[in-house]
Structure formats: C-alpha cells, structure tokens
Design a protein around this ligand. Sequence first.
Ligand code: B1N
Length: 809
Amino acid sequence: MELTTKDFIKDYKNQFQSMYAYSYEEGSTEQLYNALGLLVKNYISTPWKETRETYIKNSVKQVFYFSMEFLPGRQLKSNAYNLGLLDTVKEGLTELGLSFDELSEAEVDPALGNGGLGRLASCFMDSLASLSMAGNGNGIRYQYGLFRQKFVDGYQVELPENWLRYRNVWETSNDKSTCMVRFGGNVWLERNKQGYLEAKYENTLNVLAVPYDTPMVGYRNDKVNNLRLWSAEIPVEEENNYHTIEETEPIKEITQVLYPDDSNYEGRLLRLKQEYFMVSAGVQSIIRHFRKYNVPRKNIPDKVAIHINDTHPALVVPELMRILIDEERLSWEQAWEITFKTCSYTNHTILREALEKWPIDMMKELLPRIYMIIEEINRRFVENTLPLYGERITWQTAILQNGVVNMAHMAVIGSHSVNGVAQLHTDILMNDVLKDFFELYPERFNNKTNGITQRRWVHLANPGLTQLLDDKIGEDWKKNPSELKVFKGQEKDKQTLKQLAAIKLENKKRLADHIEKVKGIKVNPNAIFDVQIKRLHAYKRQHLNLLHILHRYLEIKQNPSVDYAPRVFIFGAKAAPSYLYAKQIIKVINSLAELVNNDPDVGDKLKVVFFENYGVSLAEKIIPAADVSEQISLASMEASGTSNMKLMANGALTLATLDGANIEIRDFVGGDNIFVFGLTSPEVYELKAAQTYNARDLYENNSNIHRALNALKDGTIPNLQDEGHAIFESLVHFNDEYFVLKDFDSYVQAQEDIDSLYKDQNEWTRKSLLNIASSAPFSADYTIKKYADDIWKVKSCAVEHEGVQPLDE
Ligand code: B1N
C-alpha cells in the first residue's frame, strides 16, 4: 500500500494520543509498540475486509487448515513488510526519535505451538495469503502458551507463559460468530413428526466458543486471510448457573494451556476436550459461512477443503458427519460423500508413542453422539473391507481396536488424501506405518515435502544477505524463489564470495554480542558457529552432539595443540516437562558447557552455548549466523525437519544423516556441498530386524567411545547428580535405542571434514553460496502450490502481476 512518511507520522501521533490521551513522547516502550501495532492493524483492516468480501462475491473455494498449534512469531515487522510499509514506518519512527527495532522487541512472541508442526502451520498461512489463495487457519487461543524455559543450575525449569498479560493488538474478538459446543450428557435418537431421526440431548455441558481473528497478510498483494483461534467461555444465558470461580473452572480450563508434548501422545481427558472444542467450533463456523455461498449442500466439497494437521483435529470427520446428518438432515451416504471429499490429512510422525489412541470409554462419555457416529463409520468400513481384503487387513485398519479409537485410522478412512512431509517419510508411511491402508487406498497417498517462508526467514531475518541477492541477481527471487538458482552463476566470483563471507561474519558478530549479553560467554566470531536448534528428543540425538563435544574436549586435554578449527556449539531446545531423559541431556550439556567454557587449556577451540527458551524470535537471531546446521536424527525418525531448510537458505552447510528432508537437501545442493554421515534408513530397518546390535561391544572396543562414555560418570563433568549415569545406562545397558554409538565414528569423521574445509574460506563460502542458491525448492510457496493443486483444488485469486508470481520450478 501507498503511504508517505509524513502521513505515517501524523497517523501515529493521532493513534497514540487517542489510546493514551497524552503525547507519544511520554509513552513507555509497550505503549509505543501497542500504538504502532494497532495503527498497522488499521492499515490492514481494509484489505482484510475486501479480501473476505471478494472470496464470497466470487464464490471462491476456501481451505480451512485445522491445527492444534500455530507459531506465528512476532507479527509487527512481518505485517509491515508484507504490506510494503516497513521502510516508511522505520523512517517515520526515526524522525520521531523512536527506534523500530526497540518497539518491535516489545512484542510478545505467541508460543502457541511446540515446534515444527506449529511453525509449519504458520509458514503455510503466510504462503496461502501471499499466493492469493483463500486459506484460513483454525485453532485454539490458549491462554498460556508453551512454558517459558529457564535454567537453574543447568536444570530446565518451566514457567508459565502468560502471553496475554499485555494486550494482543493483532486479534479481534468476534462476538457475532460464536458457537456452542456440547460435551457429555445423554444422547438418544427420536423419530420426529416429519419422520426424521432426531438426536436429543440432556444434561450436556455447554461451552461457548468465542472466535478471535488475526489477519494473515499476503506479500504485497492486498490480500489478507484469517487465522481464527477459539476461546472457551461460559454461555451468556447460563451465566446465572455459575456462581463461583471453581464452578467456571471446567469450562475455562479447556483453552487454558497448550500441552507441551511434542511427539508424544498423552491420553488426558482435557486434551480430548480441547481437540473436540476446536473441531466443533471450526466445523460449525464453516457450515454457517458456507450458507453465504448459496449453493446446494452436495457442493460443499467444491467450495470448502478442510485440512487435518496431524490426527489432533481428526474428529473433524465425525463432527462434519454429525452436522450434515443431525442438523442439515442429509442421509448417511450423502453426508459421507461430502465429508470424504472435503477432508484431507497430513501425518507428521512415525513415532509409535505419538500416535493418538483414545480409550473408547472416555470418548463415549465425553462425546456420546460423536462416538455413535464413529461406531457407524467403523461398522460400514468393516462391512465393506472384510469381503474384499479379508480378516487381517480389516482388523489391522479398523478405527475401533482393543478398546481404543485409533485416530490415524479415522483420519485416513475419512479423507480423500493422506500425505507425509518428506519423500522418505511418505515412503515409510506407505511401506510400514500405514502399509495396510496403502493396499486399500493407494490413490490417496501422496508426498508433500515441507517448506518455509523465505519472507520471514531470509528477507527479514537476514537483511544483509537479502541486499546481496538483490544486488547480484535482481529482486525477482522475492516473488519467484526459483530465481535463486541464478545465484549459482556467481560461485566462482571472488568479489561475491568475499561479500557473502562478510555478511555472515557481521551476523555472527551480532549473535556473539547477544550471547555475551544473555549468557555472559565471550565467543570468537571467526569460530565455526555450529547450530542444533529443535525440540529435545532422544531420536534427534542431541546427545550424539554432546558426546562429540566431550570427545573434542578430551582430545584437547590430551594434546593441547591438536588442530581443531575454533568452534562454538550452539543449542536451543525445550524438553517436554515430563520427559526425564531429555531433561537429563539438557543438564549434562549445560554442565559440560561450564567445564569447557572455563578451562584455560581450551581457549577459543571450543565453546558451548545453550540458549534458554528457544522459540521463533530466538531462531531469527541464530539462523542467519550459523555456519553448520546439525540435522543428526537417527535415519527414518525425523519426518521432515524444517530448521534444516531455514539454515540452508541462510548459507549454513548441513551436517546430516539421510533422514527426512535432509535427503532432498542433498539431492538439490549436491553431495559435495553437504556433510553426510551415519546409517541410512534401510540400514536402520535392517539392523533393527536383525537384532544383532550390541552397544556394549562398541563401548568396550572403541577407545574414543569408551573414553567419552566414562567421562560421563567419572566426575570429569562438574555438578552432575546421576544425569551422566543415566545417559551411560541408556546407551550401554539399554542397548542404545537410537544407535548413537553406531553412528559415532562417522559423525566424528564428518566433524573433522568440516574443520578441514573451513580452513579454506573461499571453498567454504562457495559451498555456502550453493546452499543458498539451491534452497528455492523448500519455499513454502511451492509446497502450498502443490497442496492447492493436488489436494485442495484451490486456485490463486491474484490478478496478473500481483503477489507471488505464478510459480515455475
Ligand atoms: O512436524 C514437523 C516435521 O518437520 C518434524 O520432523 C516432525 O517431528 C514434527 C504431537 C507433534 N511431528 N509430530 C509432531 C507435535 C505435537 C504433538 O502434540 C506430535 N510434530 C512433528 C512438520 O511437519
């Protein structure tokens, strides 16, 4: 949009004064930020309204992305940037004697997700809007986000994240669009006068779902989509029944807090309530919205696509059936046809412990009508499958099994499309985890490799690199990421390589300052910045990284002149509060950091930095400064990964197992420009099947492993209780479930190769350039384009020359 600096200044002064009734010069940073945020939101309101109207007027097909998690990150900068106002706003503030960066840091970063799954949902929102596609988010407005992590004595401590304590300028509560969600009670079917079977309810707990809408601003295309997050409140007409705070608790608690488990399913009743609450409110509001389209109900799938982001929202299937049958009075067959054509499902993990299975008794009691419908879906599924495929496949794929509702099975059976998030992961779904379903419905399966938005992760996080790209290849890459490959042409240009190295160094200096400020550790900006940032989990193997650092430390102690390039190992990771082993790994890394960072024999050779409270905002600081991207999960375990893509796009070299999207990264950048180590996925499958793995043998016969493992428990590392022992036990006595010791040697070798290459700065930077230039396929714009073409069948509403260009690859 067009705005002069002068107009902005006038608007801002007015905005501030109308909110606080004094001059901006007297405002606190929070107030100054609030006024700025609300002003930018005012600028958004017109395209937001017009986008909504255009979709309805043109009867455009809309996607509804149902996700229990969204991790949008701070929105001020990104919104101003996508609107095309960032420079004007910065200039205007400078004229007023204010700093944009300072105000922007005052914004809270809403932590409404655990990790990759939630961040992916937000990257998708950004791409949908930027591609001018009608895409809506549907989720929960948790009052408390993911816990704030603090280290006390090296141990993780969890503090509540009360992100709504200050006002959230981006949301608008929409009282007009509330819905009622019913839980529990008795339900029965009764034939009414017209001959319909009617569902009758008594003694239900009625919860009011209030939507809070947040604008999702497209990149320079005047399109603004909607993210709708639901909050649970007491229905107004029932307020008189709730006398005390204790009585309101069962309602308020539904949207109080995000479950902090990533890749682990915890079968708590409250979580099931959250899932149904979000699903029911979302589906009701879609059906209500659809009435505005004025087309027959059988055409719902032509106008609406509902996406199920992992199984958490899989109750969409029976809930849509319930509404179509009980409220819209369709027959079962008609309702099923619509539901199946409307829904699609993404699987994000093969970890057994993450697959949701709800006890039938719990489901029956909490959601009696929904359970009746699930039973009928299951009955019909069995009836159809049994004669065609026989007993084994039928019972293996049924929704109801051994007293539980298998949510993945429900999602697959109720969806026309099932996808994994990287090619290897999709292959594993087809050949292993969902093998029987692949036999039943091969046509439903497809791969959609994850992606990231370059706007947040390159344009905004790395302005130096962005400017260099603009200078060298022009600005087209911003709207058409495939243009990035043009940058490859400069791989031999000394001048470009020098500039690229200088930009990386600047970013590292900035991060080094931040490290000193928050951790009190001085690091050398010329050292290799080696980064592992992701949730803490045994399968991601932060403890492999830990063992290698310990190995290096012991080598240095033995031979202080050993030839290692200076290295800073940087970690960011939260552990689920109930995941003891993950917390023990954090403690050991922190204690090792204390040892290494304070040992004068070590000097610059080795520093270890574990940031507290890793999240989107911290990632934006770390990623542009990274030299090495650690992607070291046991092959087959990491569905995709997305930090691998962000780091690559910022010029880090990847050190990886052939897992998840790492394989595709290697394919695009070429085997010479990535460090690969460890078992491959087929090798992992083979080794597991053979049952011949013996970790103790490796401990006893490999001297490096022996020494490092002993150092975990002989007092080398200070201030440990039994945490070092715990890691030792899991690796040696419990036979190393994730093959850490098996991959140790090849990991150490790859790390040494990194040292050698780094000595040749020119060659290193050349490979860094090739990584940047090969990162385009991981633009979420491409990912979304594929979802739109293959799964959702939605089109861009861009008029020509607007927004992100029609994409070619
Ligand atoms: O989803 C990301 C992938 O890039 C990661 O590889 C994958 O680990 C991650 C239960 C999850 N899978 N499953 C979850 C999150 C919350 C929860 O309660 C499971 N997260 C992933 C995006 O595809």
